[in-house]
Ligand binder design. Sequence first.
Ligand code: GLU
Length: 509
Amino acid sequence: MSNSNIRVRFAPSPTGPLHIGGVRTALYNYLFARKNGGKFILRIEDTDQNRFVPGAEQYIIDSFKWCGITFDEGVTIGGEYGPYTQSERKELYSEYAKRLIENGHGYYGFDTGEELNKVRKEYESQKKTFVYNAEERKRLRNSLTLSEEETNKLLEEGTPYVIRFKMPENDIVVMNDMIRGKVEVNTSVLDDKILFKSDGMPTYHLANIVDDHLMKISHVIRGEEWLPSLPLHVLLYEAFDWDKPEFAHLPLLLKPDGNGKLSKRDGDRLGFPVFPLEWTDPKTGSVSSGFREDGYFADAFVNMLAMLGWNPGDDRELFTIEELSKEFSIDRVGKSGAKFDLAKATWYNHQYLVKKDNAELAGLFMPIVVNEGVLVEIEYLEEAVSLVKDRVNFVHELWAQTDYFFKRPETYDPKAVKKRWKKESFDHISKLKIVLAEITEFSSSNVESIVKQWIEENEYGMGMVMNALRLIIVGALKGPHLFDIIDLIGQEETLERIDQGLHEIGRKE
Ligand code: GLU
């Protein structure tokens, strides 16, 4: 189903790496667009030149590529409504700012930084906070207090100015949010925000509204931190006499413990990333960890993020991005913040790891094995991975679970030797070696039935023999089904490990 009227956007400012909260906002926009057959746009909001960080835009693009979140229009793709980078649209915003002055919704502010600082200090000395609002604007230097001639003179002389929004006095703004419902605010608590700066650039508020309008955005889905800006945005649409989009403000991602927004500090403190990819700060060189580098699969990461704030209405938890694209709806986005849960994130990775086919996992595991100095066929790796994958959450945990498939034990866990290597063990295993040497079809099930029958016939005690054998083959009492291990390492290797183990552990007196 295609619905060309539905158009949503993700509009990041390239001020650093993208927080996972931002990735979730983008994901919900993407899912909303896909579900409704609409378009998803990537717009870069870089009007605040002081906060511009080199590399941040590329980081954002790379993050979405990794996640599998795609755009229909935007930076690097293009489209009918471009350019999609605000600094490249610079020229068009002043016209809209001036339109507001003409229709009485905006005014020129000539106050210098020094002048405003002075007023601010006066307020502070009286323990009050200065706000440039409907009350204060009456005694400051702006086109509302100056005559038309004075204003024109200042403009002609090239005096620096800003353009501010003229907030209506004591009015009620009624807003509708798709998640929160009706929200009302009295304009007396709002200030006269700067819309256009003295450096010739628009502020976020102006550029955002103008672009959403020109790009025909139908639904603005963004983080809750923008809810306080909504009254101004709604008033701006009204001031321009433009149709408003629908708004949905997503609840915050919260820290795992306590309340408050999930921050990088929480990640550092509790040992998990808050960014999708690793990020190196271009100024300080400090490195922040990323989910990708920590070993998360992109599909697990996306699934986990989707469920932080949305639910399908039943207890299903596992969804591919395609499935989410069919099921997603704003109605099922919760009103309260969702706590990030590291155990859950790990659980998701485990679920996806177990579902991946062995060939793919073996391919990912191979570099680690090579790095350990082991040369092995990929098929062998596939077999090893298939036996242990339900025991790990990450590919990088595979080595610790499989090292004995590639090399003979170098040590024998002393605790296990003490507890499980009995007086009789040396004799049992010596005899068992002869049995094993005679087996012609050395498969897991065949070896298992022969060995178990042999133990039973001799009345040796199943646990005692099996533990001793595991200790000799693996070097510890760990690992999957022992006969699967024996099958994979093969008959010759099994017999040699028995020789080595008998020699190393010896007889217990
Ligand atoms: N540039 C804003 C940001 O960085 C966009 C907010 C919005 O979506 O309106 O989050």
